[in-house]
Design a protein around this ligand. Structure first.
Ligand SMILES: [Zn+2]
Length: 266
C-alpha cells in the first residue's frame, strides 16, 4: 500500500573511485605557452586528475619550467554509478524500540549489556527499513533511559504503525538458548509469527516460539505490538554470536523481512 504510488524515489548511488598515488607516472617540465589543458591532452589524462595529482586548485598558477607529475592512466578518476534503485515510499510506519538504556542496562552477562546490543540491532533495523522506503520512529537513538509508558506513548502518537521492541534474553540456567517473540492482539500475533519465522530461518537458532504477553510496553501500545528476544546472552555460545556485527546484521535483516511479510499481508 502506498499513499503516493506512482511517485517513486530514484536513488542514484554514486561512488568516486580515487586511486591517486599508485601510479609510477613521469615528470613533465612545463614549456612556453603550455597549460594544464594542453599537458592533459598530451598525456591523455583528465585535467581534473592532473591538477589533483599535483595538488593544484587553480590551473592559471602554472609556471614556465615547473615540474608536473603525470599520473598513469590507471589512476584516472572514475565516477561509476553503482546501481539505480527505485524505492516506493511505504504507507506503514515502524516504531523501533531498543529495550532498556541509560541506568537500565537490561541483562548483564560476561561483560555484555543487553541495552547496548538492543540499540545496535535496532539501529541496523532502522537503516534497512529506511532504505526500503519505510518511515521509522526510534523510541531512543542513544544510551538513554526511557520509561515503558513513554515508549508506548511515542508509538501512540501515530496511525498506521506497528511497534517492534528489540531485546536480548537471559536466564538463570545458562544452557537455555534460542529466540522468541511476544505479542498482543491478532495482528500482533501475525507480526510476531512473521518475525519469528525469519529469525529461525536466517539465524538457525532454537525456536522458542511466539507467545501472548501482557508486558507493559505491549499492553499500553494501541497499534500491533511485538517484543523480540533475539537470543540469550546468559548462554556463552549465543553471547559470543550476538556480540558480532555479522550476527547483528543478520538479526536486523530477519526482523525487517518479518515486518515486510506482515506489510504485504495487511
Ligand atoms: Zn530486555
Amino acid at each position: 500500500m502506498s499513499t503516493c504510488g506512482g511517485k517513486n524515489l530514484l536513488i542514484l548511488l554514486m561512488t568516486a573511485l580515487l586511486s591517486f598515488g599508485f601510479a609510477s607516472g613521469a615528470t613533465h617540465v612545463v614549456a612556453k605557452s603550455e597549460t594544464f589543458y594542453s599537458i592533459s591532452r598530451k598525456y591523455g589524462v583528465p585535467v581534473s586528475n592532473l591538477m589533483a595529482y599535483n595538488k593544484v586548485s587553480d590551473p592559471r598558477t602554472l609556471k614556465l619550467g615547473q615540474k608536473i607529475k603525470i599520473p598513469s592512466k590507471s589512476s584516472a578518476v572514475k565516477v561509476t554509478p553503482l546501481r539505480a534503485r527505485k524505492v516506493t515510499p511505504k504507507a506503514m510506519r515502524i516504531i523501533i524500540d531498543p529495550g532498556h538504556g541509560g541506568k537500565d542496562r537490561g541483562a548483564l552477562w560476561g561483560g555484555v549489556a543487553e541495552a547496548d546490543l538492543n540499540l545496535r540491532v535496532a539501529r541496523k533495523v532502522e537503516a534497512i527499513l529506511k532504505a526500503r522506503g519505510y518511515g521509522v520512529t526510534m523510541t531512543r537513538r542513544s544510551d538513554v533511559f526511557l520509561s515503558l509508558s513513554k515508549r508506548a506513548e511515542i508509538a501512540n502518537r501515530y496511525r498506521n504503525v506497528v511497534f517492534v521492541s528489540i531485546h536480548f534474553n537471559a536466564a538463570k540456567y545458562t544452557s537455555v538458548r534460542g529466540a522468541e517473540t511476544f505479542y498482543t492482539g491478532e495482528k500482533g500475533r501475525y507480526l510476531a509469527s512473521a518475525i519469528q519465522r525469519e529469525l529461525i530461518r536466517k539465524l538457525k537458532v532454537k525456536n522458542r516460539g511466539v507467545r501472548f504477553s501482557r508486558f507493559a510496553v505491549l499492553r499500553q501500545t494501541v497499534c500491533p505490538a511485538v517484543l523480540v528476544e533475539c537470543g540469550f546472552i546468559s548462554n556463552s555460545y549465543e553471547r559470543a554470536r550476538c556480540k558480532t556485527p555479522g550476527y547483528q546484521d543478520l538479526t536486523a535483516k530477519a526482523i525487517v523481512s518479518g515486518i515486510e511479510r506482515y506489510d504485504r499481508a495487511f
